[in-house]
Write a protein that binds this ligand. Sequence first.
Ligand code: MG
Length: 264
Amino acid sequence: MRFAFSLLPGFALASSILSAAEPAATVPAAPAAVPALPPPELTEIWTPVPPVVSAPANGLPSDAIVLFNGKNLDAWESVKGGPAPWILEGGNLVVTPKSGYIQSKAAFGDSQVHLEFRTPAEVKGDSQGRGNSGVFLMGLYEVQILDSYKNPTYVNGQAGSVYKQHIPLVNASRPPGEWQSYDIVFVAPRFGPTGVVDTPARVTVFHNGVLVLHDVEIKGATTYRGYPAYAPHAAKLPLQLQDHSNPLAFRNIWVRELALPRLR
Ligand code: MG
């Protein structure tokens, strides 16, 4: 009977206290040794020293590659070949509807991308037909640009989405006709020796300074119909801007090339 009760925690504790009666110690116990604190230098790393990038107020980082600064379209070309068919208007890069996508002459892989866009002040169309463009990372992976200010559409196709793959966390859109910004951190996909994707692409997007996508995995080239899939490609490819037949304007487009380690 006693054995059975001793299996209960409460009973076992009481039993332990009752049986622990021992004579009080007459000699004070020596104080326990205080463990030595680790020296702060143990966790200090001094090299290699990160490179200096100046980041002036109201300016762009010193290591940014400028793709458009209001002066010319020299950094761009038509995806069909030849000069970029969009126009320079008031220091802005404006889509010529139905002229086709444009792409940077330079190619990029892992990168930080900044661009500013303005959807038409005069609202025409709705859903995907209203203020539609897009920034195609590596020419394949679209972060949607859309006038998503009080403009219902499928949510994985609204502004700040990875088109038909990832829904933005919030809708940070400004009204039509106002300048807006995207700041994008893109990690290019890595392909194994057989051409199968080894590490999918990932992207983080801030829309007007508001986080809308946090390190999401891109499932393959974005596509209007069907499901996305990867096909092997070069480590660096041009950045494309979409002509979706709406006359959006762009300004202040720059890229910082990143050399990120393989994530896993
Ligand atoms: Mg688009």
